[in-house]
Design a protein around this ligand. Structure first.
Ligand code: NDP
Length: 413
C-alpha cells in the first residue's frame, strides 16, 4: 500500500531525499516537503522536475512549517495523509517531530541525535539523553521510529550488524572511518551547516574503549589509514552518535569514530576557535551591535549546497571490525565509495549529502513493504541489514568488503 511521505527540512540532505523519494513514488505515493522557508521546498521540487526524477506522475507539494510547533506538524501529517515522516531538518527539531508522529501514528525517521539549541556539543550517552527515553511510548503506540538512518550514523550501523551476522562471531572493536577525499575548490568551507559542523568539534572527544567512555581533546588522537580508492588518509578520533548505540546494542568493548581532516581545515578551524570566532556567546561591537561570532562565521562562509556543481573526488566511509570467527582472529573492512560528481549529475547535490540522503529513502521503502515496519523505536543495527544493503546497492550506495579473501563488491539479492 502507498504510504505518502512527508520530508521535513529543505537543506542539502533533504534535496537528496526528495529526488530519491521521487524515483520511487510508485511505491511511496504522494510526496510532501515542509520547511520553515517554503521557497527552499519549491526549489527542491523544481529540481526534481528538471532532472525528471519522478518515476510516475504524482503529487509533490511544498509546505511552510515550523516543526517545533507540534500541533502544526500533526495537522500537516493528518491533512496530507502521510504515514512516513523523514525528518532531515536540523537536529533541534527531532523531539517535537517525534511527538507529532506518535500522536498521529506516522512512522518516524531521522539521521542525527536530538540537540538542544543552547547546549553546545551534546555529551554521552547520546541516544539515552532524549530518544531512548521515548522507546516505551513508541512501543505502546505501535510507532516505527528508526533513529540515525543516514550514512554515519546509519549505513555504518548496518555494516556493523552485517559483520556480526556473517564475518565476526565475537566483536572486539569497531572503528568507523569517514573520509571525504573530494575537493570543492573554495578557500574554506564546511560540507554541511557550519554551525552544526563546528559544534561537533569544539567540545571534548568521546570514544568507547575498554567498555567505558574515554575523553580526549579534539585533534589529539591521530591515525593514518590506508584505504581502498582514496589511499592513505589522515584521520582524528572524534565523538559520534553511533559510538553509543553500537557499544550498547552490539555489546562491543571498543567503538571509535575517525573523521578525515586535512591540515588546511585544522589550521583554519584552530585559528577561528582560538580567536573566539566559533563562540555561540554574543559579543558587542564598538558600534553597539550585538553579534554571535559563530553565526557571523556561518554568514560569511559558502552555503554548503552551493559547493555541489564544482565538487570532484570521492568519499570512502566504512567500518573496520575486528574480533574472532570460529575461534580464529578475524578482521573486515566493510565500506562504500561515493563520487561527488555522479551525485551532482543524478540529484544536484554533493556526495556528503548524497550518502546521508539515500539511506532514509531505502528505509522508507522497507517500512512501506513491511520488512522494517517494526512498530517500535530502533537503531539501525537492531534491524536486519541485508534487505537494506540490497536496496542501497540498487540505489547508488553499493557495499564493498575487504578482508583476507580480497576486496570485492557484496551482492545481497
Ligand atoms: P541544512 O542545514 O542544510 O538544512 C536543515 C533544514 O532544516 C533547513 O532547510 C531548515 O529550514 C530546516 N529547519 C530547521 N529548523 C526548522 C524548523 N523549526 N522547522 C522546519 N524546518 C526547520 O542541513 P543538512 O541538510 O545538511 O542536514 C540535515 C540533517 O541531516 C541534520 O540533522 C544533520 O545533522 C543530518 N546529517 C546526517 C548525516 C548522516 O550521515 N547521518 C550526514 C549529514 C547530515 P529553513 O532553511 O527552511 O529555515
Amino acid at each position: 500500500m502507498k504510504k505518502n511521505v512527508l520530508i521535513i527540512g529543505a537543506g542539502g540532505v533533504a534535496q537528496v531525499v526528495a529526488h530519491k523519494c521521487a524515483q520511487h513514488n510508485d511505491v511511496l505515493g504522494d510526496l510532501h516537503i515542509a520547511s520553515r522557508t517554503i521557497e527552499k521546498c519549491r526549489q527542491i521540487i523544481d529540481s526534481v522536475y528538471e532532472k525528471k526524477n519522478l518515476k510516475t506522475d504524482g503529487v509533490f507539494t511544498a509546505h511552510a512549517l515550523d516543526a517545533t510547533d507540534i500541533d502544526a506538524t500533526k495537522a500537516l501529517i493528518i491533512s496530507t495523509g502521510c504515514q512516513i515522516v523523514i525528518n532531515v531538518g536540523s537536529p533541534f527539531i527531532n523531539m517535537p517531530v517525534l511527538s507529532a508522529c506518535i500522536a498521529t501514528g506516522a512512522a518516524y525517521l531521522d539521521t542525527a541525535i536530538h540537540e538542544e539549541q543552547d547546549k553546545i556539543c551534546e555529551t554521552p550517552p547520546w541516544y539515552a539523553n532524549y530518544e531512548w527515553k521515548r522507546r516505551e511510548e513508541c512501543a505502546k503506540n505501535g510507532i516505527t521510529a528508526i533513529l540515525g538512518i543516514g550514512f554515519d550514523p546509519g549505513v555504518v550501523n548496518a555494516y556493523a550488524a552485517l559483520a556480526r551476522d556473517e564475518y565476526v562471531d565475537k566483536i572486539d572493536s569497531i572503528d568507523i572511518i569517514d573520509i571525504n577525499a573530494g575537493s570543492h575548490g573554495r578557500y574554506f568551507s564546511t560540507n554541511f551547516d557550519p554551525e552544526i559542523n563546528f559544534r561537533e568539534f569544539t567540545g571534548q572527544v568521546y570514544s568507547w574503549q575498554d567498555n567505558a567512555w574515554q575523553t580526549n581533546k579534539m585533534f589529539e588522537v591521530k591515525k593514518v589509514w590506508d584505504l581502498p580508492v582514496v589511499g592513505p588518509s589522515q584521520t582524528f578520533m572524534t565523538g559520534h552518535d553511533e559510538v553509543h548505540s553500537l557499544s550498547q546494542n552490539l555489546d562491543v568493548p571498543n567503538v571509535r569514530f575517525w573523521m578525515g581532516f586535512g591540515d588546511h581545515y585544522i589550521n583554519v578551524f584552530t585559528v577561528l576557535n582560538n580567536l573566539g570566532l566559533l563562540s555561540e556567546k554574543p559579543v558587542t561591537t564598538a558600534e553597539g551591535l550585538e553579534v554571535v561570532p559563530l553565526k557571523l562565521v556561518k554568514a560569511v562562509l559558502p552555503d554548503p549546497s552551493s559547493l555541489a556543481p564544482d565538487y570532484t573526488g570521492k568519499t570512502c566511509i566504512g567500518d573496520i571490525v575486528k574480533g574472532t570467527k570460529d575461534g580464529k582472529e578475524a578482521e573486515v573492512f566493510i565500506y562504500n565509495i561515493a563520487d561527488h560528481k555522479e551525485a551532482y549529475e543524478e540529484v544536484g547535490s554533493q556526495g556528503i549529502s548524497y550518502t546521508a540522503g539515500v539511506p532514509p529513502v531505502a528505509a522508507a521503502l522497507l517500512i512501506a513493504n513491511g520488512a522494517w515496519d517494526v512498530k517500535k523505536m530502533a537503531n539501525v543495527e537492531e534491524l536486519p541489514p541485508k534487505p537494506f544493503l540490497d536496496l542501497l546497492n540498487k540505489m547508488g550506495l553499493p557495499t564493498r568488503i575487504k578482508d583476507a579473501n580480497g576486496d570485492r563488491a557484496l551482492d545481497f539479492s
